[in-house]
Each structure stands twice: as C-alpha cells, then as structure tokens.
Design a protein around this ligand. Structure first.
Ligand SMILES: [Zn+2]
Length: 471
C-alpha cells in the first residue's frame, strides 16, 4: 500500500496538517505480493507466517497515519514531504540508521550478497541498490533509493570500503569467547531465542493451523506443536551452555492487538483477522526480539503441511519432507516497498546472511539425520519461483523472504520439517509426547517433538563446535 505521510515538518505544523487534511493526505493502492497465499491451505508450503507484505487497506493506512505523525514529530523542519510506499502496518524506515553500517562490506561483497542470496535471480535489485566500482583509494560507494514513489528522488549514499566491524546486537560464533568447556558446553553464553510458530489454542482455527480428521479424537494444532518443541529444546540447549528464551510461553498472542482493532478499517472480518495474526503478531514478536531479547541466534519453529482443504474433512497425503529457510529471494515488487527494502538492507549490511547460512546448513543436516526426511523442492508446484537454493551442496536450505525471517535482524534459522497432514505424522501427533521409543505408524520411534528438538540441538551443537574459537 502507498501512504502519503508527513515527515520533516515541525511538530506543530505536522499535527496541524493532519488535523486539517486528515485522511485526505492518505491514499492507498492495493499491493498484493504475487506469491503470497492469502490462505495457508492454498499454498503447498506452510505459509502461516509467509506473507511478507500484505494487501494494503484502510487498516494499514490508519496505523500509518499514527506513525506518520510520530515521524513528523521527530523530524527537523526541512519542509519536504516524501511519498512513501509501505507494506501493511510497517513503520517508516529511518534510512539514516544504515549509516552506522558503512564500510562493513566492500562493494564486491554487497554485489555478491545481492546476487547470491537477496535477489531472486534477476538483476532487478539494481534498480534500488546501485553499487559503484571501487575508487582509486579502494572505497566503493552504494546508492540506495530511499522512497520508491519519488522517481529520481533522494538517495542514501553509503561508503562500502570494507573492513569495519558492524554495529549490531548479535555475535557470530567466531567472535565468541572461548568456552570454559569447549566440548561439553559449546553454546556457553550464546543467546538463543526460540520462536514457536503461530499462536495455537483458541486462535488455531482462525490462523488455519488446525485440522481434525473425521472419526478421530486428536486435533492437529501447529501452534501447540511448535510450543511443545520449544519447551523440549530449551533445557537441551541450556545443558550445552546456551541462554534460552521463548518468544511466547503460552498459546496466546504476543501482540496486544486483536482482530476487532482492525474491523472498522478492513473490508471483511477475515481481513481484520489476517491483520491481527499475520502482521500485528509478527511485528510484535520482532519488536520483542530486536529491542529486548537481542539473541545471537533465533530459531523459528514450524511444521509444514500440504494444502488440506476443509479442516474437518482432511484427506491424508503421502509426502513428508524437510527444509530450512534463510532470508533472501526478494522479488522486484517486494524491493519496491520502502520498508521491505530497508529491512533487507539492514540484513545485507549487518552481514546477517553469512552466519545465517552456516547455521541453516548445520541445523538442516542435524534435522535430516534425526528425521530421515527428504528435502522439499520449491522447483515445482504452486510455490515455484518463491525461493532458490543458496548452497549448491545442500538441497535442504532455501532462501525465501518471509516477514518472520526479514524483521528479525539477527541470524534466523526457520525450520520446516514434517508434513502435518500426512498419515504418518498424524499418527505421531496422536501418539503425543513420550520418553524413549514407541511403536507408532509401524515403526519404533521417539516422539515427534523429541526427534525434532534433537535434530535442532545436534545442528546447533555442530555449528558452535566447528566455528567457535578453541583454546
Ligand atoms: Zn507454520
């Protein structure tokens, strides 16, 4: 959606303008991310947190007016009113914050990251981010389009000479101090945040992460399953020395917003619900993580699913697979959103991708060994074109731009094992959590949740054993 907003006006003028012209300054253009499945079950991959940008509507505009006024209040009186192109509920980007990340990367490194990870395989990114050649002194320069609606408008110019340490809240494994017990406690002091995907409980039906087969007593609720997995992971990672917190501890939203808050500004009740559980909820989690928890590693826990249609009349599928997502693969339409482009560049210039790829590589291998699942392939079907493989030798790792892995500024490992509506996984969900092994779906196995947690622990352990400095 597009919103005309006030900025760089003194507070009095800004408030006055808002009162005088009110909503007249705001106009909305419907922006629909082409591949964003409006309903989870319409995509073959769990898209519960997938909508990177949403349908722009009045609700976003209403929220936008609020942040616009706040922005104006903090701005100096340059007297110019930029036209911003923002996705739903997005705050306006403070482009100047990127200046702290000047000279971390070289221009060649920026180009490489854009080509290999953040771009979608086309050269469209060069419309928004131009990387100049190194000057005689060695310093390259980067020109970033600030407001996409202002053709030929103001750009942020950033030196990319390389060699400077990034200002960021997280640490790469290689920058950690030596552990007091390098082999027993390889995660000593590492801040890990676990994000149990979705909300679950009373919200599971609304967020379409719920189904119950006919004549069966167990309902499948992804938000409950991810929470249980996180609760098993926490003590296991603490035993390796990690400092672990969960984004949520219950089947309740993190955001204080509720669907009713968006009802007066959205066309339908369903749209208000989407604003609540997809956008407001994920933004609230990102604020909590970036402002308060500030981890070295964040793990987004999910269970995958194939489209399941009517949640009361599910037909089981045969497929069962695994993949791990890193942030990347921005389409041109996504980069055209000012907030999305800004968030992408925070990740590019902090070099979040380097540690994220190493973590994803290790965790995907841990999960593959624990689960025995084959890799999911985005190459065919309804999700084709949404993702690409950034690691030639690891078919489990895919780059994809999700709201939940873009907004967190630290390295994010987004795990998607198991197809919840396969018969085998259903039987394992119905068996619940248990210690040791049991005969479930024709095989002696650990509980679904312990197998999942064990794979993540093995991957993280391998990463820090291999990467952390040793005495
Ligand atoms: Zn999910």
């Amino acid at each position: 959606m597009k919103g005309r907003r006030l900025e760089q006006w003194p507070l009095v003028a800004a408030v006055g303008m808002l009162l005088l012209s009110g909503g007249a300054l705001l106009y909305y253009v419907l922006f629909q991310r082409p591949e964003a499945a409006p309903e989870v079950r319409s995509g073959s991959v769990d898209a519960g947190t997938g909508a990177g940008t949403g349908v722009g509507t009045g609700a976003a505009g209403a929220a936008g007016a609020g942040t616009g006024a706040a922005g104006a209040a903090g701005a100096a009186g340059a007297g110019r009113v930029p036209v911003m192109t923002l996705s739903s509920l997005a705050p306006e980007p403070g482009w100047g914050r990127l200046e702290r990340l000047a000279d971390v990367l070289t221009s060649a490194e920026v180009r490489e990251a854009m080509t290999r990870i953040y771009g979608d395989g086309t050269a469209d990114w060069e419309e928004w981010v131009r990387v100049g050649d190194e000057r005689a002194g060695g310093a390259g320069v980067m020109e970033i389009v600030k407001w996409s609606a202002e053709a030929g408008g103001e750009r942020l110019s950033l030196s990319v000479a390389g060699g400077r340490e990034p200002v960021r809240y997280w640490r790469e494994a290689e920058d950690l101090p030596v552990s007091s017990d390098p082999d027993g406690r390889p995660l000593e002091g590492v801040k890990v945040v676990l994000d149990p995907g979705h909300i679950g409980g009373a919200w599971a039906r609304m967020e379409e992460r719920w189904y119950q087969p006919q004549n069966e007593s167990t309902a499948v609720m992804e938000g409950e399953m991810t929470l249980l997995t996180a609760q098993l992971l926490k003590p296991a990672l603490e035993a390796l020395g990690a400092v672990v917190s969960l984004v949520r501890e219950r089947a309740e939203p993190v955001t204080a917003a509720r669907p009713g808050d968006y009802e007066s500004t959205t066309a339908t009740t369903r749209e208000a619900e989407l604003f609540f559980y997809r956008r407001a909820e994920i933004r609230a989690r990102a604020d909590l993580v970036n402002e308060r928890l500030q981890p070295d590693v964040l793990v987004c826990l999910h269970f995958n699913a194939e489209p399941w249609g009517d949640p009361g009349r599910v037909t089981f599928v045969e497929s069962n697979h695994l993949h791990v997502i890193v942030n990347g693969h921005y389409a041109a339409g996504e980069m055209a959103m000012d907030d999305v482009r800004y968030e992408m560049l925070e990740r590019v210039l902090q070099r979040s991708d380097r540690e994220e790829l190493r973590l994803a590589d290790a965790v995907s291998k841990g999960l593959a060994a624990a689960t025995g699942l084959p890799p999911y392939d985005y190459g065919a079907g309804s999700m084709a074109g949404n993702a690409h493989r950034p690691l030639a030798d690891n078919p489990y790792v895919w780059a994809r731009n999700l709201m939940a892995n873009r907004l967190y500024q630290c390295p994010v490992v987004f795990t998607e094992p198991y197809v919840m509506n396969s018969r085998e996984v259903y039987e394992r969900v119905a068996a619940g959590d248990y210690e040791g092994e049991k005969l479930v779906a024709g095989k002696l196995r650990p509980s679904l949740y312990r197998e999942y947690a064990g794979g993540v622990v093995a991957g993280l352990k391998a990463h820090f054993l291999a990467r952390r400095p040793r005495p």
